[in-house]
Design a protein around this ligand. Structure first.
Ligand code: GLY
Length: 417
């Protein structure tokens, strides 16, 4: 199978590693990729969010499958353009990508599909925002309506801070903000592979969104993750399919915007049952790094079945009994204004530990070919062990061998579960 994978983060390096190691894959191109994906695939420097550039590459390469990693190409219509060119693509079209692209749209679909979520108010004026903050009370949950790379959500008991964030969202072009009731309970991410009709869940994971230990500091794209969730109900994935993903996939099909791709269900397990916190329309980062480390069945076959509408006939994914933990190393200044250019050393030493691998994200090469930080989240250290505690210890042992001046990481990923 010839595969084109779009994206350049640690999530894409995890996908590339898994796709490349499968005997079914005969050729893998990653566009644009990173220094890590270059070791397992051919990198090609195109803009993955440009439908024109992607379709040109698809015409040259004739892949059997295109896998879209990040959300920006999906919202820009890349999946539609590839599908129109007659190539199977794992990723939703623009109409279905609105489940991530607009929080207000996602709420409307959930209401129509009878999916449990927090009560919410969609606000377009300062007066509506103030009334919604008063109606729901603290802790305040204020979400920018559109895409914001994981940084559009503020949860705070400080009403002034909630108001400031809401006003900043309203000040943007077509500014809309969603204010929600706070959902109390542990969070879980359940990724559902969908072919427009059938849904197959992957192993649940949990991520850590705040920058600092103890869930302090600002929201980030994610600082670490682990799987499995030993504390969660054993039938969590099946419940998510039944109560959330299948009703949403059915509703999207009914609207004529079939959901083909990865429906990321971000959930709170509240005392009153499952509640959806958010949807994304692509693999989560950093959860994918942990989830794929446990996958024992074929990823290319699973994604190809979804892209070609054959998921019902394909076997369910299978999982290692082992646990996986990944810890993100971020550049100094992340998430505000990351400082790039610092040398990154010690990756080989980390990977010398059995059960450890390192996934690149914001890395690049300097003029001498040395590895440097080139983005906010620089890399993920992934470890597999017999238990979550063993994997966690190994991940931190691996991380201790890597150096980046001023590099930031949490020390409590997968701890205190
Ligand atoms: N882990 C959060 C995200 O992928 O958006």
């Amino acid at each position: 199978m010839k595969i084109l994978l779009l994206g350049s983060g640690a999530r894409e390096h995890a996908l590339a590693r898994c796709l490349a190691s499968d005997p079914v894959t005969t050729e893998l191109v990653v566009a644009p990729g990173n220094p890590g994906t270059a070791a397992v695939a051919t990198n090609l420097a195109i803009d993955p969010a440009s439908p024109t550039e992607v379709v040109e590459l698809v015409a040259q390469m004739s892949p059997d499958l295109v896998v879209v990693g990040p959300e920006a190409p999906l919202v820009a219509g890349v999946a539609d353009a590839v599908r129109d060119a007659g190539i199977p693509v794992f990723g939703p079209g623009v109409g279905a990508a609105r489940l991530e692209g607009s929080k207000a749209f996602a709420k409307e679909v959930m209401a129509a599909a009878g999916v449990p979520t927090a009560e919410a108010a969609v606000c377009t004026t300062e007066a509506e925002l103030a009334a919604a903050l008063d109606r729901f009370g603290a802790p305040h949950v204020v979400k920018e309506d559109g895409l914001a790379a994981g940084k559009g959500v503020v949860v705070t008991s400080d009403r002034a801070a909630a108001m400031d964030h809401g006003l900043a969202c309203l000040a943007k072009e077509h500014g809309t903000v969603v204010v929600e009731d706070y959902l109390d309970g542990p969070e879980a991410s359940v990724f559902c592979v969908c072919d427009g009709a059938t849904v197959r869940p992957l192993a649940p994971a949990q991520d850590f969104k705040r920058l600092a230990d103890g869930d302090a500091g600002p929201n980030t794209g994610g600082m670490g993750a682990y799987s499995p969730l030993t504390w969660a109900p054993e039938d969590l994935a099946e419940r998510v399919v039944r109560e959330v993903a299948q009703p949403v996939v059915d509703e999207m099909a009914r609207r004529g915007t079939a959901f083909i791709g990865l429906l990321y269900c971000g959930l709170a397990l509240t005392g009153d049952g499952l509640r959806v916190v958010e949807f994304n329309v692509r693999f989560g980062d950093p959860e994918t790094q942990a989830v794929l480390a446990r996958l024992t069945s074929s990823l290319p076959e699973l994604l190809h079945s979804a892209a070609t509408g054959c998921l019902a006939e394909s076997p369910a994914p299978t999982w290692s009994e082992q646990a996986a933990v990944d810890v993100v190393l971020a550049a100094p200044g992340y998430p505000g204004a990351p400082t790039t250019g610092g040398p990154v050393t010690g990756i080989e030493e980390a990977e010398a530990l059995p059960g450890v691998h390192v996934l690149h994200a914001g890395t690049g090469l300097d003029d001498d070919g040395g590895l440097i930080a080139s983005g906010g989240r620089v890399l993920s250290v992934v470890a597999v062990g017999d238990t979550v505690d063993a994997a966690r210890e190994l991940a931190y042992e691996g991380l201790s061998r890597i150096h980046l001046d001023g590099g930031q990481y949490r020390t409590d990923i997968a701890a205190g579960r």
